[in-house]
Design a protein around this ligand. Structure first.
Ligand code: UDX
Length: 447
């Protein structure tokens, strides 16, 4: 009998995981506590923008014409417990208010509400990003609460998906990491991931703490890479170098590699910033805080970039206050191909300039609704052209393809001053300059 799978939490991670499991051929039941989300998903609609996800849902959600019907949703944990052989916990673990540590309350309550209904053998698999040591604690809690007792087991299986590539990353993962305590748990997870394993995805089997650490250390490494190149950008600015050329040259060393070396206004989003902070907090609890003090520097280099972008804009406008200056901002999301504005460097810069009296007009291809919700007092335009109309300066802050494909000559005809600052080092300086723009970018005083 094929395994039946439940997915608890239907955000970016859970909705994608549920649809991907249905695509792999399993019967899947998604569980969430938010009625609006469940209703949308039941209609085959995705509560956020993620390329390819809506198509995948519509291909499988029961009740949609032509769908496989393998994917259903519910709000009832008892139904989920009764249905599933394998239960994936995919709820979020945000930063705690006023602290660096991670808020485990959603994970705890997801596990507890499921556990008390588990009357038959099951494998509960944590996917959420958690502080090391959590799986150990949750395993004990699971055995204690589940009526089926030690017939119910926990495993940890961190998720590495990137927003914007979530579907691809889930169906074709670059590695599958499982923290397990028994051969049975490993066997079940090999069955769940049989298709990607057969396609060649490496399957790494380890213990609980290591599996939890893989995720937080991977994100720390990525954050370090970005802050490293941004630190080099600061030095380039001081020394008159060009960080884009520098990164290109460094990247040819395949021990370093060229990915994640794009200097600019730095990283944001719902993962990297809070994950490195939670990692520092946890290391402190374990008495290993010294090992991670460098992450404090990574975080501050990153946060400094936002302020430096604001100063670069001020300088470009003549050095005075922003009062009365019209500033066009291209980009609101923390990265392209997403509608996510959580801890977005772009929106942070737009907000700072606005709060200092600038008249800011933002345009983003997908992030407008979310940006408006968290920053309703900024100006918003329906197109890049409209945002740029009358602008004294244009800031390019999220590297959407749409912005690379803009016609600089057309935009120059509507801007008050053709002055563009590239906060992502993603535009073609020559094309913009040829169209009459003054082009400046972070870390490239001489470019
Ligand atoms: C990240 C990890 O990549 C993923 O493996 C993990 O599961 C979740 O966290 P994500 O948050 O989707 O994924 O974003 P990512 O693609 O890593 O980008 C993070 C931020 O870094 C973005 O704001 C992006 O603009 C910025 N970035 C990325 C740079 O500033 N320079 C770069 O060279 C690369």
């Amino acid at each position: 009998m094929a395994l039946k799978i439940t997915v608890i939490g239907t955000g970016y991670l859970g909705a994608t995981h549920a649809a991907a499991m249905a695509e792999l051929g399993f019967e899947v039941l998604g569980l969430d506590v938010v009625p609006d989300k469940i209703e949308m998903l039941q209609r085959g609609e995705v509560p956020m923008y993620e390329p390819g996800l809506e198509e995948l849902l519509r291909k499988h959600v029961a009740g949609i014409e032509g769908a496989s019907g393998r994917l259903r949703f519910t709000m009832d944990p008892a139904e989920a417990a009764d249905f599933g052989d394998v239960h994936f916990i995919c709820v979020n673990t945000p930063q705690k208010h006023g602290e660096y540590a991670c808020d485990m309350s959603y994970v705890d309550s997801a596990l507890e509400s499921l556990a008390k209904h588990l009357t038959r053998p099951a494998l509960v698999v944590g996917k959420s990003t958690v502080p090391v040591g959590s799986a150990d604690r949750l395993a004990a809690r699971l055995t204690e609460l589940a009526p089926a007792g030690d017939q119910v087991e926990l495993a940890w299986n961190p998720e590495f998906l990137r927003e914007g590539f979530a579907v691809k990353d889930t169906l074709h993962p670059d590695r599958i990491v499982v923290g397990v305590r028994s051969e049975h748990a490993e066997r079940v997870l090999r069955e769940v991931y049989a298709t990607p394993i057969a396609e060649g995805s490496p399957f790494v089997v380890t213990d609980f703490p290591t599996s939890e650490l893989v995720k937080t250390s991977a994100n720390s490494f990525l954050a370090t890479k970005i802050s490293f190149i941004n630190a080099m950008a600061e030095v380039c600015e001081a020394a008159g170098g060009d960080v884009v050329k520098l990164a290109e040259a460094l990247g040819h060393d395949d021990r370093i590699g060229k990915k994640f070396l794009r200097a600019g206004i730095g990283f944001g989003g719902g993962c990297l910033p809070k994950d490195i902070r939670a990692f520092m907090a946890r290391a402190g609890e374990l008495g290993a805080d010294q090992a991670l003090t460098f992450l404090r520097e990574i975080d501050s280099i990153n946060m400094r970039r936002r302020g430096q972008m604001v100063e670069m804009a001020r300088e470009a406008l003549g050095g005075g206050p922003f009062l009365g200056k019209r500033v066009a901002v291209l980009g609101a999301t923390f990265k392209p191909d997403s509608d996510d504005v959580r801890d977005s460097p772009a929106l942070n810069v737009a907000g700072q300039i606005h709060l200092q009296g600038g008249q800011v007009t933002v345009y983003d291809p997908k992030g407008m609704a979310n940006a408006r919700r968290i920053f309703p007092t900024l100006g918003y335009a329906d197109t890049a052209m409209e945002a740029v109309r009358g602008a004294d300066v244009v800031l390019h802050l999220t590297e959407w393809r749409e912005f690379r494909e803009l016609d600089p000559a057309e935009l120059a005809s509507v801007a008050t001053t053709p002055l563009i600052l590239d906060g992502r080092n993603a535009l073609d300086p020559e094309a913009w300059r040829a169209a009459g723009w003054t082009y400046r970018a972070m870390g490239r005083p001489t470019a």
